[in-house]
Design a binder for this molecule. Structure first.
Ligand SMILES: [Zn+2]
Length: 385
């Protein structure tokens, strides 16, 4: 049913779709097709279970596929787009791939091969490198068994994601039934992983799912708004505006949200939401709180009316500097300093809170001179910290 000539096109359509949805697609991976006889000897040599129709090796970045399978296209989506993307671009996948390549390097050195191996090798256990090799291998095997559900769950999820887009969902469920019959208990873990991913996607959306796995975050404003909708759920409607600030490649997504809901902030390792209730926002901007004026003046509107945001900025620029504002920034500096003391020296928290305290203090100094710097970077540049 599959003619080999159509595969490159199937790959490029799927790549284009992933690029469109997530801004990424496999770039280092390739795939290799094997006819029945060669496939059998490959899985025998690799000690893979009978009935296996595809596998992916992080060390070679190759998806190995049985060309005669009726599920070839799905296997391609699973191995090449699922595992390929995971091992190339996700945080955990990259870590696992790096360890696997290290193993391959050591195997090469122990055996004296000059190319990377993709089968199971007989290694000389008296070789001086062997203990180190075993250590890395056990470590990787530990991660493998620990992460099996995530790694397989993601690949099946991706297989389903692409099969849905390219009208192969029926075939996908047919394959699931077949795999359950073929691999019984072992396939249950993949299936459970897949269900978890489906539930997660349903609750939090596909972008949240990808970012949670540590994939590069290539977002648009629409995606940021979707993240906010997923996070705030029925409280989303209370948001007055949301700004994206502190934009750096490969860093957290920093959002500043002003809402009618009470102030509370959120951080999950990649999404940092600084959330203020509108009255508190107005009070703190009136006092030239540098922690609030900074996102206001450096951020970009991703949700809400820009005219409203501009109005708030103008208010700050027009407002008079009062003794209250100076005292307030000094008080904030002292508070931060006390908090910094609670953290151990040289910790990230200590460093951050100390810098924050200093920023408030320098801000107070400028306000005293009648100057509004409003932006942290400007203060830091002026005072060299
Ligand atoms: Zn798999």
């Amino acid at each position: 049913m599959n003619n080999d000539n159509s595969l490159p096109q199937i790959v490029s359509f799927a790549n284009a779709y992933l690029k469109f949805e997530f801004g990424i697609s496999p770039t280092l991976s390739s795939y290799m097709l094997y006819d029945d006889e060669k496939w059998q000897s490959l899985i025998t040599a690799g000690k893979l279970p009978n009935g296996t129709e595809g596998f992916y090796l992080p060390r070679t970045n190759v998806a190995y596929l049985a060309s005669m399978s009726p599920f070839l296209v799905l296997n391609l989506y699973h191995e090449f787009h699922g595992h390929g993307l995971f091992f190339e671009k996700s945080l955990l996948g990259r870590e696992m791939a790096e360890k696997d390549r290290k193993l391959a390097e050591m195997e090469k050195e122990i055996i004296g091969l000059d190319s990377l191996s993709d089968g199971i090798l007989k290694l000389d256990n008296k070789h001086p490198l062997f203990p180190k090799y075993l250590e890395v291998r056990r470590n990787l095997e530990g991660i493998n068994s620990h992460s099996y559900k995530v790694v397989e769950g993601f690949a099946v999820w991706m297989e389903h994601f692409l099969s849905k887009k390219f009208n192969k969902e029926g075939l996908f469920f047919e394959k699931q039934r077949e795999m359950k019959k073929r691999f019984k208990e072992k396939y249950k873990i993949s299936e459970e992983g897949f269900r978890k991913f489906m539930k997660f996607e349903n609750d939090m959306g596909k972008h949240w799912l990808m970012y949670q796995l540590g994939f590069p975050k290539k977002y648009t404003d629409e995606i940021l708004v979707e993240l906010l909708e997923r996070y705030y759920k029925n409280r989303f409607g209370n948001i007055v505006f949301a700004l994206l600030y502190d934009e750096k490649p490969d860093s957290d997504i920093d959002l500043f949200v002003v809402s009618n809901d009470r102030s509370h902030s959120y951080y999950n390792g990649w999404l940092d939401i600084f959330h203020l209730q509108i009255d508190e926002f107005i009070k703190r901007t009136g006092l030239f709180d540098i922690g609030v004026t900074d996102p206001l003046f450096t951020g970009r509107v991703v949700f809400g009316d820009s005219a409203i945001v501009e109005g708030f900025k103008r208010k700050v620029l027009d407002a008079e500097i009062t003794q209250d504002a100076i005292n307030y920034n000094i008080k904030r500096a002292r508070e931060r300093k006390e908090i910094a003391k609670k953290y151990g020296h040289r910790t990230r928290e200590h460093e951050n809170t100390s810098v924050c305290s200093h920023t408030y203090l320098m801000n107070a100094k400028e306000l005293k001179k009648g100057k509004k710097l409003l932006i942290q970077a400007d203060l830091r540049q002026k005072y060299g910290f």
